[in-house]
Write a protein that binds this ligand. Structure first.
Ligand SMILES: [Zn+2]
Length: 281
């Protein structure tokens, strides 16, 4: 009987896992629409998906995440335009992230006796999944166009109190201090840079992004995010400077993706890192 129960739980586990992976691929497909249409302000223009080159309606079977790209062998069926590998990459990344997050936050219970559904763990999973999805969309847009849409960054800031209210580990005060600390700190840096160099080194998109990160992860996330983001950003920046022998790379490399990477690293590994640094206390 006990063995049968364990088998049952494992079946539920793997069913939920693969559902989460499939959901991730679909969310990735939606993120592609956001990435393409939000900066163009055509988000609500077409409810159905159309070819961005020739405007022909795309049948649903070519729109299956990841799979569709390989069925079409990277070329649009209607007009033969090459489809960017960014589309399947975003879909694949989102599905992998959703699956890995489920391994970290197994909200349907790993073992007998822990219950089939854990609401608190589900909220942690959903929070991380939505947060990382938004970070991914903003990073790709920033990398392509050097802008971070206000709809996403300010939208996240506005939703922060609601997120803090629902999430079991966040407090409203921690979230509001996070917005002020994140936004204030980068605003100060941007202002000082302008004061010294008389040019813009940091975009105000980055200021709003760090405020949003503080609002969704709490004030404790601000310094680790800035620290990780700056280190990785500097390494990439110096590498680009060496490879392309270009001066003034600071203005050509967006900071947003590195802030996002720092925030996601803190979100996933933050508690473990704190545990290690505090000597296992
Ligand atoms: Zn076409």
């Amino acid at each position: 009987m006990n063995d049968l129960l364990i088998l049952g739980f494992q079946a539920v586990q793997s069913f939920v896992f693969w559902s989460v992976v499939a959901l991730g691929a679909c969310i990735g497909s939606f993120l592609n629409v956001v990435i393409l249409r939000l900066p163009e302000r055509t988000f609500f223009k077409n409810a159905r998906s159309v070819c961005p080159t020739c405007g022909v309606m795309i049948p649903f079977y070519f729109n299956i995440p990841v799979v569709g790209y390989f069925i079409l062998r990277g070329k649009a069926n209607c007009c033969g335009t090459k489809i960017s590998w960014h589309y399947p990459a975003v879909e694949f990344a989102t599905s992998v992230i959703f699956g890995l997050l489920y391994l970290k936050f197994p909200f349907s219970g790993w073992s007998v006796g822990s219950g089939i559904f854990e609401p608190a763990i589900f909220v942690r999973w959903a929070h991380a999944a939505i947060f990382i999805s938004l970070m991914l969309a903003m990073s790709v847009i920033d990398a392509k166009l050097m802008i971070i849409p206000d709809e996403l960054s300010i939208g996240m800031i506005v939703l922060s109190p609601l997120v803090a209210w629902i999430h079991p580990d966040l407090t409203l005060v921690g979230s509001l201090i996070g917005i002020a600390a994140g936004g204030g700190l980068l605003y100060g840096v941007a202002w000082s840079y302008w004061f010294v160099r008389k040019q813009y080194g940091l975009g105000f998109g980055d200021v709003k992004l760090l405020a949003a990160i503080g609002g969704w992860l709490g004030w404790q996330s601000i310094l680790p995010t800035l620290f990780l983001g700056s280190i990785v950003g500097s390494i990439i920046g110096i590498a680009v400077m060496v490879i392309y022998r270009q001066e003034g790379w600071q203005s050509k490399i967006p900071f947003g993706p590195f802030l996002a990477l720092g925030a996601v690293t803190h979100l996933i590994f933050g508690p473990e890192a704190l545990y290690i640094f505090s000597g296992g206390q």
